[in-house]
Ligand binder design. Structure first.
Ligand code: ZN
Ligand code: ZN
Length: 368
C-alpha cells in the first residue's frame, strides 16, 4: 500500500455500519473516472450505498419479474467493504474485471446442472448480473433472459472445510510471508485481495491449529527417536532412552559478530537419527502494544502479548535450547545425551549450570 502504487488505488466507501469511513485499497485496472473526485460524489455514493443490500435480497429471490432493479444496480459504482458482512464486495456487470480463483470442477458442474423446469433454459440463457465477493470466494449472480429466474453460481463448494480464503492464508504463512506479500501477488495478478481484517481473523484462527499440529509432529518425532534409541540399546542406568540431538538458533536481525540487538530469536532441537524437530522456542523482547501503551503512559489493553524475554539478545538461543533439554523427558520420555552444535559455548555453559537431568548425567558436546 505504498505511495508508488498510488495510480493503482481506489477510494471505496464502507457502509452498512455506523462506522462509515473511507479506505484506500489497491485494485488494478479500474478506470480512474470511477474514483469519487469530490465531496459531492462521496455523498452521492454514500446515499446509494444502502440500496444494494436490499436489491441483493430481492435478486436472490427466485422468479423476479422486473429487471429495473438490475438496471439500477448496474448503474451504481459501488463497492462495500465490511469484514462483518457476508459479502465484502459487490461488483456489477460493467465493472467486472481481473482474475479469480475457482474450483474448476465444481464450477463446471454447477454450470452444467443449471436447467429450469417447464422451460428448456440452460446456462446460455443466463445474463450475468453481478458478483458477490468475499475475499477469494465469489458468488456469480445470473438472471435467466427467458423466465427471469435468478441463479447463483459459487466459485467453489460453499460447504468446503478448507475454502480458498483459509488455504491462501495458510499458504502465505507456510511460505514465511504476510498480508503485504499477498497484496503484491494479487496486484500483479490483477486479482482482488481479501480485506486485511479478514486475513487477520483467519490467521488468528489458524495459529492455534498450526501450534497444535507442530506439537503433534514433535511428539511423533520423539516417539520415533525413542523407538530407535531402544532398538540400539541406548538407555541410561535409569532406563531412559538417550539420544543425540542437533540444536541451533537464529535472530530476526543480522549481527556482525557483535551488537546483538534483535528483538526476536528462535531456536530448535532436531533428532540426529530422524532429522525431525523435537523442540522449538521463540523469545521476543518487544511487543508493539505494550510498548505503545508505555510510551503514551496509558494502561495496557488486553491483548495476546508475545513478549516473553527481557534479557539480552545473545542469551536467547541458549535459553531456548536449555528449555528444550529440560522438557525432553516430559515431552518425549527421552534424554538428550549428545549435542551437535556450532562453536557457541553459551549453550553448554547454560546446560552445565541447569543440569536438566541431574548432576550424575553428563551431556557431551559434538562440535560441527
Ligand atoms: Zn429460465
Ligand atoms: Zn504486549
Amino acid at each position: 500500500m505504498s505511495g508508488r502504487h498510488g495510480n493503482k488505488t481506489r477510494l471505496f466507501m464502507s457502509a452498512k455500519r455506523k462506522k462509515h469511513h473511507f479506505r484506500i485499497k489497491r485494485q488494478t485496472h479500474f478506470a480512474p473516472d470511477t474514483v469519487p473526485s469530490n465531496n459531492e460524489n462521496k455523498e452521492n455514493s454514500a446515499t446509494a450505498l444502502n440500496t444494494p443490500s436490499k436489491e441483493t435480497q430481492e435478486l436472490m429471490e427466485e422468479n423476479v419479474s422486473s429487471s429495473s432493479s438490475i438496471t439500477r444496480l448496474n448503474d451504481l459504482n459501488i463497492v462495500c467493504e465490511n469484514d462483518d458482512d457476508d459479502c465484502d464486495e459487490e461488483i456489477s456487470n460493467d465493472k467486472l474485471s481481473g482474475r479469480r480463483i475457482v474450483d474448476i470442477k465444481y464450477l463446471f458442474s454447477s454450470i452444467s446442472n443449471i436447467k429450469h423446469q417447464h422451460t428448456d433454459c440452460t446456462f446460455a440463457d443466463l445474463k450475468f448480473v453481478k458478483e458477490l465477493r468475499k475475499g477469494f470466494t465469489s458468488q456469480y449472480v445470473f438472471r435467466c433472459k427467458m423466465c427471469q429466474k435468478v441463479e447463483t453460481v459459487h466459485s467453489e463448494d460453499p460447504t468446503s472445510k478448507l475454502n480458498t480464503n483459509t488455504a491462501i492464508v495458510e499458504g502465505i504463512l507456510c511460505s514465511g510471508n504476510g498480508y503485504a506479500q499477498l497484496n503484491e501477488i494479487c496486484s500483479v495478478l490483477n486479482m482482488p485481495n481479501m480485506h486485511q481484517n479478514t486475513y487477520t481473523k483467519i490467521e488468528q484462527s489458524l495459529t492455534p491449529l498450526i501450534e497444535e499440529c507442530a506439537i503433534e509432529e514433535m511428539i511423533a518425532a520423539g516417539e520415533e527417536e525413542k523407538r530407535l534409541a531402544i532398538l540400539n540399546g541406548e538407555i541410561d542406568k535409569e532406563g531412559c532412552p538417550v539420544i543425540t540431538v542437533v540444536a541451533d538458533g537464529s535472530w530476526a536481525k543480522r549481527s556482525y559478530k557483535s551488537g546483538f540487538s534483535s528483538a526476536s530469536g528462535a531456536g530448535c532441537i532436531v533428532g540426529m537419527r530422524t532429522k525431525k524437530v523435537l523442540f522449538l522456542g521463540v523469545r521476543n523482547s518487544y511487543c508493539c502494544i505494550c510498548s505503545r501503551s508505555i510510551k503514551l503512559n496509558k494502561d495496557v489493553t488486553e491483548h495476546r502479548c508475545f513478549k516473553n524475554w527481557s534479557d539480552s539478545a545473545n542469551a536467547m538461543e541458549a535459553d531456548i535450547i536449555a528449555e528444550g533439554f529440560a522438557k525432553s523427558v516430559e515431552m518425549h520420555g527421552i534424554k538428550y545425551k549428545n549435542l551437535v552444535g556450532d562453536g557457541d559455548s553459551s549453550i553448554m555453559k547454560k546446560l552445565l549450570l541447569k543440569k536438566p537431568y541431574g548432576s550424575d548425567f553428563t551431556i557431551s558436546k559434538i562440535e560441527c
